[in-house]
Design a protein around this ligand. Structure first.
Ligand SMILES: [Zn+2]
Length: 177
């Protein structure tokens, strides 16, 4: 049951408060959750640990602030940063595969072989594959590696690498790939 009741604050002022009365903890939590939604929060699912979390609406958050299951000294949000992953690549083989895949994509974008937009799409794809591979023990490092070769990514996403980089003067010989 929900009602509005006056409550005296410590400084003597009076506030109108929402009062939820229920005999079920679950109902109370649902009410709390609905309140969060109506006061401008959104629910998201962390890309890494798959737990649900609340963010201020409008905030673009992919990761929660909880301890990351793959490296508990970091939050999921920290774990999700490229800098952190470059460090963690030494100890976590799947992260190393991901970082290498990112480097290949960056290189293709720098050479103009793929567009910026395609670079973004390709990296999002690899990122999602990484978190899936980290969560699932039945995906081996080799399986993961095979799923994020450039050929595989570009074919899944329908990205065509242009043979000749755009916007550059023609050189004799061209680039061997
Ligand atoms: Zn998380």
């Amino acid at each position: 049951m929900l009602s509005y009741v006056p409550r005296e604050l410590p400084d003597g002022r009076v506030a109108i408060c929402q009062e939820h009365v229920t005999d079920s903890l679950q109902a109370l939590m649902k009410a709390d959750y609905m309140l969060a939604l109506t006061s401008g929060y959104n629910i998201r699912r962390c890309l890494i640990c798959h737990q649900y979390f609340l963010v201020k609406s409008g905030v673009h958050a992919l990761y929660c602030e909880g301890a990351c299951p793959h490296a508990p000294q970091y939050t999921c949000r920290q774990f999700g940063s490229y800098e952190r992953q470059k460090e963690l690549a030494r100890d976590i083989p799947k992260v190393r595969v991901k970082v290498t895949a990112f480097e290949r994509i960056t290189k293709d974008a720098k050479r103009g072989a793929i567009s910026k937009e395609d670079e973004r799409r390709a990296k999002d794809y690899v990122r999602d594959k990484l978190y899936e591979a980290l969560r699932r023990n039945d995906i081996s490092v080799d399986d993961f590696e095979a799923s994020v070769t450039s050929e595989r990514i570009y074919s899944v996403l329908n990205i065509t690498r242009t043979a000749k980089p755009r916007g550059r003067p023609k050189k004799t010989g061209g680039e061997a790939t």
